[in-house]
Design a protein around this ligand. Structure first.
Ligand code: SF4
Ligand code: SF4
Length: 170
């Protein structure tokens, strides 16, 4: 999507804030590092080569996009976007009418570091990833999820975020 159109979309969908800081007042480099650490989390989706996740298969849903079906309308559930022209341009280039950042047979094409806390914390079935809920991975996904549900104060996001940055997650 071209930049001007994307800027108009920002004002009407999801209404993310173009901000110098990320969640909890964390710097953007810190947030990007935390977001990247989530690559070690198994969310229990068990995607198949045809792109379907476990919930789609179990419920025989026709909705291929599954929990990403509102991506376009919510603008990827983003609450903040780094107020940097290069970042905005990059994110805009990946956003498409109707499907947002989702693509058939690929899933989410938004680089993990730019994804929202909603997308990094959501698991439709916690039991699917229960075995990964212990230790640092469990704390990281619970942290993202608590931002998603707005169940955590700004200062606490900052403090836990800073602590998680010091922990190796693999
Ligand atoms: S979180 Fe649930 S609905 Fe979303 S992709 Fe994973 S299994 Fe599917
Ligand atoms: S994970 Fe990606 S495709 Fe899915 S809703 Fe979030 S930004 Fe959109």
């Amino acid at each position: 999507m071209n930049l001007e159109r994307f800027k108009r979309e920002i004002k009407t969908r999801g209404k993310p804030e173009l901000s110098a800081e990320s969640y909890g007042g964390l710097s953007w480099p810190d947030w990007y590092k935390l977001a990247r650490k989530t690559r070690h989390i198994n969310y229990g989706c068990y995607f198949q080569p045809d792109g379907t996740c476990v919930r789609t298969r179990e419920r025989k849903s026709n909705n291929e996009m599954c929990c990403c079906s509102a991506c376009y309308y919510s603008l990827g559930y983003l609450r903040y976007i780094q107020n940097d022209p290069k970042v905005i341009k990059r994110i805009a280039s990946l956003f498409k009418e109707d499907v947002g950042f989702w693509r058939k047979n690929k899933g989410c094409i938004l680089p993990r570091k730019y994804r929202s806390a909603v997308c990094l914390g959501y698991r439709c079935t916690e039991s699917n990833c229960a075995k990964h809920m212990l230790g640092a991975k469990g704390i990281l996904v619970a942290f993202m999820d608590s931002i998603r549900t707005r169940g955590i104060e700004k200062k606490t996001i900052y403090d836990i975020g800073k602590s998680l940055l010091k922990i190796e997650i693999c």
